[in-house]
Design a protein around this ligand. Structure first.
Ligand SMILES: [Zn+2]
Length: 253
């Protein structure tokens, strides 16, 4: 189990950087929550803790204390830049080596790939969250809130989602996270211990225009006429098969 601590910068009484009608604390929270959802829904073997999940005031010490007490394997702090500039940069603590540098390179590259942000480079800084965290740590600065062009991107929910996607892809690569298998909705019209019975039902279904196959599963010959990632499509096919006189049902695998 890989334990990843996600730290949306600022919050509560500390808005962080502001500009173009945006507040940094809101953007970092949206990115962090989206990142959490991607990792929870799509990957296994990963455990997450967030420094905040709403608009709360959390001090820097409270953040690093929480990560240290939890025993996180990685600390990821998410921020939005300000002060004149454009694009993406990331920070690690000065003088640290691998694996912190490797993780930085991978995550940095994946965020750039997903966002097409101008690449401002991989940097070092003596920031509290990088210095006081007991595990490899990274702080990302995702665009400039006071730059009109960056800000217009940051106003789009789908762009924030692509920032989250970039971080997720980077974490998955850095920590070799395993993708959860996608659920398939399969339409079955019969199951037999005798193969020839299954074959004859399959032939009957084919004669009526269904794309039937016979699969051996759990010592049974199952006649399947379709498999879908979208449940509604499986239900629609099952209904069509029922209307054609088959005893069809949908199951998940
Ligand atoms: Zn910040």
């Amino acid at each position: 189990m890989v334990k990843i601590f996600i730290d949306p910068g600022h919050g509560g009484s500390d808005p962080g950087a502001v500009g173009n009608g945006l507040q940094e604390k809101n953007l970092t929270l949206q990115i962090a929550l989206s990142l959490r959802d991607i990792l929870v829904n799509e990957y296994e073997g990963v455990s997450l803790l967030l420094s905040r999940t709403s608009d709360q005031t959390v001090s820097l010490s409270q953040r690093t204390d929480a990560a240290n007490q939890w025993g996180a394997d990685y600390y990821l702090s998410i921020h939005i830049n300000a002060g004149g500039g454009t694009g993406f940069e990331s920070y690690i603590y000065p003088g640290v080596g691998a694996p912190t540098t490797t993780y930085q390179s991978i995550i940095h590259e994946e965020v750039i790939k997903q966002t097409n942000f101008t690449n401002r480079g991989q940097k070092t800084a003596n920031f509290h969250v990088l210095r006081e965290s007991n595990m490899p740590a990274l702080l990302t600065e995702n665009g400039f809130i006071d730059n009109a062009n960056d800000a217009s991107k940051l106003k789009s929910a789908s762009f924030l989602a692509s920032i989250a996607r970039g971080h997720a892809n980077g974490l998955a690569r850095a920590f070799n996270l395993i993708k959860k298998p996608t659920t398939l909705y399969k339409v079955q019209i019969g199951a037999f211990s005798n193969k020839s019975n299954a074959d004859s039902l399959a032939n009957e279904a084919k004669a009526k225009g269904f794309d039937a196959i016979v699969l051996l599963r759990d010592n049974l010959y199952k006649v399947q006429i379709g498999a879908f990632t979208v449940k509604e499509n499986a239900i629609e096919l099952a209904n069509r098969a029922k209307n054609a006189g088959f005893d069809a049902f949908v199951y998940q695998e």
